[in-house]
Design a protein around this ligand. Structure first.
Ligand code: NIG
Ligand code: FE
Length: 429
């Protein structure tokens, strides 16, 4: 799949270039080019102005790659659309087995948290992950990362959370580091020890919180294995008071915070979103049941919302986060992610997420593209390295089988990436 790695690459004849670099970067440049040397962008050119009318055939020919000099590559983009490589800021893509068998239960009306309470759901994946060999797990993870790269994703956040003991969570995070070493995709690691209470603590959930706070977080931090610490903050899983203890411990040990907030329900006075604001979390994710006060507090505290519409689709409960309100009433920089996991979103496709974001969250193509690039990078503390095309940065970009950015959320179910570039290396889907 990798085509070449070389000194100088010129991506020329770009019909529409969205660099996403600053406010101007959200308007396409025409007749543009990007020059890359040793993996870094050294030049971006193009002219601003109205886009030409769409041709009758809406699909540009595949980019052509030629070698004008020994160490030089020239890519004729055939007037196609080029964007930054996509950023997926919320996944659980390292796990053993699968849960396709739960589909029938879900369709029969059994709620997600009832499946978990009966020992299935996340806990079923914990058993399959603990039983799997290291290499099997890594290979499955690499297969998912490879699928993502082919669909245009070049940076991915990956959570642990199917180990649920200090030893098993450390193992997961070491394997996540291995994914980063072996995949071309950049992997940002997150500790999610608080994903569920493991079966052996069923009658003592407070004891498991104690283990996370006293042993797990210090050990993960000492080994430098995670950038973030996340919590499944949910009345029936880790209620706000337990989540707060975990996130405060994370802060003391130098881990940035994230919260699975208000996915199913909010109980009492304080929502997961408000807790995220209180602990200065970088992001709060899901946010389907969040009241307006929570959104307000997030806006004040600069917490980025990460929405996971493919999860709503897969839960089949027709409940979507209030994305329009987040943008129109609270000015929040909405990011989008797959949530790739075996239970509620077994997909690697941010392109599918883009389509559902249009159809169900009612976001515009511009908002969606920001959601999978700059806003997604912000949600994982990668604003300086991912989500935009700019001189001096590593070159992550996608040449699309489209002229017009509005095609990306519109045409769904087909991989529209024609060429994916990661650190200047080219990959053909
Ligand atoms: O983000 N809600 C919690 N965690 C995942 C699902 C994990 C699973 O079911 O295995 C989520 O939806
Ligand atoms: Fe999740």
């Amino acid at each position: 799949m990798p085509l070449s790695q070389t000194g100088r690459v010129e991506f020329a004849n770009i019909g529409a270039l969205l660099t996403m670099d600053g406010p101007d970067g959200r308007r396409p440049l025409q007749s543009a080019s990007v020059v890359v040397e040793n993996g870094r962008v050294t030049q971006v050119t193009g002219t601003a102005g109205p886009a030409p009318p769409s041709p009758a055939n809406p699909y540009p020919p595949a980019p052509t790659i030629t070698h004008p000099g020994a160490d030089d590559v020239y890519v004729d983009c055939r007037r196609a659309l080029v964007t930054p490589g996509l950023v997926d800021p919320h996944t659980h893509l390292l796990y053993g087995g699968n849960r396709s068998g739960e589909m029938a239960l879900k369709l029969a009306g059994v709620p997600y948290l009832d499946i978990l309470a009966s020992g299935g759901g996340i806990l079923a994946t914990v058993s399959m992950t603990r039983e799997a060999g290291d290499e099997e797990l890594v290979e499955a993870g690499l297969t998912r990362l490879d699928a993502m790269l082919r669909m245009g994703t070049t940076t991915v956040e990956v959570k642990s959370g199917y180990g649920l003991s200090t030893e098993q969570e450390l193992r997961m995070l070491r394997l996540i580091a291995e994914l980063d070493r072996r995949s071309p995709v950049t992997v940002v690691p997150t500790l999610l020890g608080a994903h569920a209470t493991p079966a052996d603590h069923r009658d003592d959930p407070a004891g498991y919180v104690e283990e996370i706070v006293e042993r797990m977080i210090p050990a993960v931090s000492a080994e430098g294995l995670a950038h973030f610490c996340d919590v499944f903050c949910e009345p029936e899983v880790f209620p706000v008071n337990q989540s707060r203890r975990i996130l405060e411990a994370a802060a003391r040990h130098g881990l940035a915070r994230k919260v699975h907030a208000d996915e199913i329900a909010v109980e009492g006075d304080i929502s997961g979103a408000e807790l995220a604001a209180e602990v200065s979390a970088v992001s709060a994710d899901h946010l389907r049941a969040t009241p307006d006060e929570g959104l307000e507090r997030m806006a004040q505290a600069g917490v980025t919302p990460v929405l996971l519409p493919a999860t709503s689709l897969c839960l089949a409960d027709h409940r979507y986060a209030p994305a329009r309100r987040m943008i129109d009433d609270f000015g929040l920089p909405v990011a989008l992610a797959t949530d790739c996991n075996p239970g509620t979103s077994p997909t690697e496709s941010l392109q599918l997420v883009m389509a559902v974001a249009a159809l169900e969250l009612r976001l515009t193509p511009e908002e969606i593209l920001a959601g999978v690039t700059v806003n997604a990078a912000r949600a994982i503390d990668c604003s300086e390295t991912a989500g935009c095309i700019a001189t001096g940065r590593c070159c992550d970009l996608v040449v699309w089988q489209a002229y017009d950015p509005a095609m990306l959320p519109y045409r769904f179910g087909t991989n529209q990436a024609a060429l994916v570039v990661k650190n200047g290396r080219m990959f053909q889907p």
